[in-house]
Design a protein around this ligand. Sequence first.
Ligand code: TXA
Ligand code: MG
Length: 344
Amino acid sequence: MKTLVLSENAPDTARVAAQIIRSGGLVALPTETVYGLGADGLSEAAVDRIYEAKGRPKDNPMILHVTGMEQVEALCHHIPRCAYTLAEKFWPGPLTMILPAKDHIPKRTTGGLSTVAVRCPDSAITRQVIALSGVPIAAPSANLSGKPSTTTAQHVLHDHDGHIEAVIDGGACRVGVESTIVDLTQEPAILLRPGGITPAQLRSVLGSLTVDKAVTAELSADEVAKAPGMKYKHYAPQCQVVIVDGSREAAARYIHRHYQKGDRVLCFEEELPLYRDCDPLSYGLEADVQTLSAGLFAALRELDDPAVHMVYARCPVGDGVAYAVQNRLKKAAAFQIVNGEEQL
Ligand code: TXA
Ligand code: MG
């Protein structure tokens, strides 16, 4: 199959993409977070094609992308007031809400759960495609399962060229990490995945919020993940990744002591001069965490190379968006963290 590359600015793009979606095909769509691999979320056959293209485990449910709360009302019941307030404040934007699913949503989409994930993305072209196709669009992150997410159309082509009908090129994603997921079917609400909407922003609406254990720690084999996707290995280059915590100087001393040829250092731009001999790769500025979230997945994809032996990674401290970056990097490192200060 030839994969069409559609420009977000071409006049026909939304119509062509919506036509593909309506006929059961796959279109990779830009969003502010990461590119999604989109299909008709109400068609089992179309959703099956997403699972096949990604190599995704079948119990890992999809997020339905919608144009707003009117569409959510057709998909969910018992919608709490706070869902409307969150949508008013943060949609379109990087927030996914888990709500009770109506019966007509295919089990393929919900992974057999009684709930469904919904989100309105902040990309005008993608919202147009949803509106024109007339269905909610199921769209997981467009990467092959387990690999770092795709934040450019080129990343999508690298993973899926020849296997999907089209990709809409909307440039590089602004946020760069996947949406915040909050489960509103429980009281208090539960943060299942941190992202561009921060815990503090959620608490400003919800009052209280608990954080699912899978956000900060590795689940043991017998624990059940509330977001099924959180139990799988994620975002990881082929080689081992170790996070080196501690001050700039302590981390540099630790890394220089352990570095061997073939290793790489994933660091902040400010730290590049410290690692001249260690094949460093910067993913953004420590002083501007937004650049780190926007650059993380492109960097992890570059490090996903059989020639790389091991990666020493620097991770931002703090809450807000830094919290989402920490979560993705810890998962890429399978929670392997050393403290440069303690190793002196
Ligand atoms: O930013 C994003 O959310 C991107 C873009 C494309 O919108 N999409 C995305 O989808 O990250 P995906 O499939 O890679 O991640 C969705 C996560 C998975 O961990 C899945 O298990 C969880 O959402 N999820 C989906 N439905 C759920 C449900 N009903 N209850 C709990 N978790 C759910
Ligand atoms: Mg994903």
